[in-house]
Design a protein around this ligand. Structure first.
Ligand code: PAZ
Length: 385
């Protein structure tokens, strides 16, 4: 992988200033210290064994609207990519630190926590009041359970949850910094769908945002609406029923600082960094992936489209041609051959049901191969120095 010249990289001192400001203004999650202790022990254990370790981030992030949070903005991600990838990394011999949005899918248990297949559907009552797996599910369940137990018993999997965007960033920074002793054997695989916007603490309401003036009426006599408030009644979209501006909830969001540069240059200077880029418009996917790589100078961007993300992804890495990885449209891997098409699939051409094979079974070996090359290059550089 050949590093290339950044086009519009923010100056490092600005990135450091943005980091200081963000992390001092946004309080850490209450379990941060506890999580860092668990992460440190886990990383040290695998670092001593000379093992590769991957940090997999997974799921969405919430954007709280209130400090005592009742309402928040969220996104679609269920954590399928992250949880599935974690299983294939374990299969490839990696220790996995799985940093996930609370209540999103988890490696192994994901097979039994779908919205359509509740885990109770896989169970039945057995002899003497015992609970057993249904006969038709028992084989697969035993296989999944064995893999899960093995990962846990051998201390190969550490699972840490986060909730909000600021929790995520505090956890990511802390863990990335702890991964330094792994050198190039550390891999950061950033599959979480991280919000680009947030409400900064200085503009966040402490309590639940009110939808009526009942609280004001409780503390003082309500005054007659002012002339300007009455005018607001008419200040609205032509087609909608008239709603005064004072009754609308207008949410004013700031952009979340882009910390990928800080990650690459400061928090994890030696680890291999893989980010994901999600788009909905096929025309801009590869361009956006290249832009991100150019801007942050990391090692691999995996591009995917919302509608086809279980069927194909594109690898964009420095010095390599773009590489599309696809599940053959029949859904099976037996007839897998690299598709010739170097552009996104038409979602209308895809079968309605999900592919039988998991695309992560192709993504992870390809990432691991790039990681092997990366480790060799970095170790070679060390020897030269
Ligand atoms: O969680 P999921 O499997 O439904 O979706 C995975 C994904 C699309 C969130 C992930 O592949 C991804 O692209 N993450 C990064 C999103 C982004 O910040 O652009």
């Amino acid at each position: 992988m050949i590093p290339h010249t950044p086009s519009e990289s923010p100056p490092s001192n600005l990135a450091a200033l943005a980091e200081d400001h963000y992390f001092s203004a946004n309080p850490p999650p209450k379990d941060l210290q506890k999580h860092m202790k668990l992460a440190k022990d886990f990383i040290e254990f695998h670092s001593k064994a000379g093992r590769r370790l991957v940090l997999v981030t997974s799921g969405g992030t919430t954007v709280p609207l209130e400090k005592q949070t009742v309402r928040f903005i969220d996104n679609f991600s269920a954590g399928t990519r992250g949880a599935t990838s974690a299983e294939y990394f374990l299969e490839a011999g990696y220790a996995v630190l799985f940093l996930h949005r609370q209540f999103s899918l988890l490696p192994y248990s994901r097979h039994y926590s779908h919205a359509t297949d509740c885990f109770l559907d896989f169970l039945r009552e057995g002899p003497n009041g015992s609970v057993v797996a249904r006969d038709e599910d028992a084989g697969k369940m035993l296989n999944v359970l064995r893999k899960y137990r093995e990962a846990r018993d051998k201390n190969m999997l550490l699972v840490l949850p986060f909730v909000s965007i600021s929790d995520y960033l505090h956890e990511l920074r802390g863990i990335a910094q702890l991964m330094k002793p792994l050198g190039p054997k550390g891999l950061l695989y950033l599959a979480a769908a991280v919000s680009d916007f947030f409400v900064p603490p200085e503009r966040m309401s402490e309590h639940k945002i009110q939808s009526t003036d009942a609280v004001e009426a409780f503390s003082k006599k309500p005054s007659k609406p002012s002339a300007s408030e009455e005018e607001e009644t008419f200040d609205n979209f032509d087609s909608s029923p008239s709603v005064p501006r004072s009754k609308r909830l207008v949410v004013d969001l700031d952009p979340v600082p882009k910390f990928l540069k800080n990650l690459v240059e400061g928090w994890s200077p030696e680890g291999m960094i893989v980010s994901f880029k999600l788009e909905t418009d096929p025309k801009i996917l590869v361009h956006k992936a290249k832009y991100s790589l150019d801007r942050y100078q990391h090692h691999l961007v995996i591009g995917n489209l919302l509608s086809t993300r279980k069927w194909e992804v594109v690898f964009v890495s420095p010095g390599n041609p773009d590489k599309w990885i696809r599940i053959p449209q029949g859904g099976k891997l037996d007839d897998a051959k690299e598709a010739e098409k170097d552009e996104p699939l038409d979602p209308k051409s895809l079968p309605e049901q999900e592919p039988e094979a998991e695309i992560e079974s192709l993504i992870i070996p390809a990432v691991a191969e790039l990681h092997t090359k990366y480790i060799k290059t970095m170790e070679g550089k060390k020897l030269e120095a």
